[in-house]
Design a protein around this ligand. Structure first.
Ligand code: ARG
Length: 267
């Protein structure tokens, strides 16, 4: 049933793929956007008196859990730095809250748990809002749209989501790609990896279902793979927080300001 409702999004998704692909190509522009973001944000940073009212995991800091294997949202540079759209956005939010951003990199499912266990203030990892997750954590307003896409080898006979039936599908551990595919095709058909694209390269799976923006980046970096034009599902990304988090209003207000002044779009 889920499958049908998601597939009704596909026409819309196909249009947004183009927009997302453009975003994905902007990898080199993200550092430039980040400095724009910081200066715009600092000029509006709230007073430290206001920040002092915000209780965070570590005083004076906004602790962000992430999984930096998801370009262009979060990735690790060769020198070990974590950067990306989520990092730039979190920095801008932290500045507005008068807090210093601290990034904790971990597995994706651990990042979701981290806020629930009070170890991080926010999880930003291209996290899709789902009803199941809403039952255990709170979400900010959405800051981006995500699309589940399908990566296959260039010579694959898989041309649409329906063709995934009977195939081995690789996904990132703990992601909506994993959840949807196991719902639609059964647990046995889906394998969870830390690096699903490598499994595809090794021939361990026939396809990978993953968010479109990282899919575009992975395909660009791995000759012989392509992203199918028809996508699998459309989703909203939001910032996850503990249930009842006192930060939620401040985070939403910061997001709203960053949308209104164009910072978010620039990022
Ligand atoms: N949007 C998907 C989800 O929420 C995948 C996110 C994976 N993010 C990451 N940083 N690895 O399940």
């Amino acid at each position: 049933m889920k499958k049908i409702s998601r597939r009704s999004f596909m026409a819309a998704a196909a249009v947004s793929v183009a927009a997302l692909a453009l975003t994905a190509c902007g990898g080199s522009a993200s550092s430039a956007a980040s400095s724009v973001a910081s200066s715009a944000a600092s000029s509006e940073a709230v007073s430290s008196a206001a920040a002092a009212e915000l209780t965070t995991v570590e005083a004076g800091k906004l602790t962000m859990a992430t999984n930096a294997t998801f370009p262009p949202y979060e990735m690790t540079t060769d020198s070990g730095e974590i950067e990306g759209i989520d990092v730039d956005t979190a920095k801008a939010i932290a500045e507005k809250l008068g807090l210093e951003l601290q990034i904790d990199d971990m597995e994706f499912d651990a990042a979701l748990l981290s806020v629930q266990q009070g170890k991080a203030d926010i999880v930003m990892a291209g996290v899709t809002v789902t009803d199941e997750r809403k039952a255990v954590m709170d979400f900010s307003d959405s800051y981006a749209t995500g699309i589940q896409s399908i990566i296959v080898p260039n010579d694959s006979d898989i041309a649409s989501p329906d063709d995934l039936a009977g195939k081995k599908i690789g996904t990132q551990r703990g992601t909506t790609g994993y959840i949807y595919c196991s719902d639609d095709f059964g647990d046995d058909a889906v394998v969870a990896y830390d690096n699903a694209v490598q499994a595809l390269n090794n021939g361990q799976v026939d396809a990978v279902v993953i968010d479109n923006a990282p899919a575009q980046e992975f395909v660009a970096a791995n000759p012989g793979l392509k992203v199918l034009d028809t996508s699998y599902a459309e989703e909203d990304y939001a910032i996850g927080m503990a249930k009842g988090s006192a930060l939620e209003d401040a985070v939403n207000k910061a997001l709203e300001e960053l949308k209104a002044d164009g910072t978010l779009q620039a990022i």
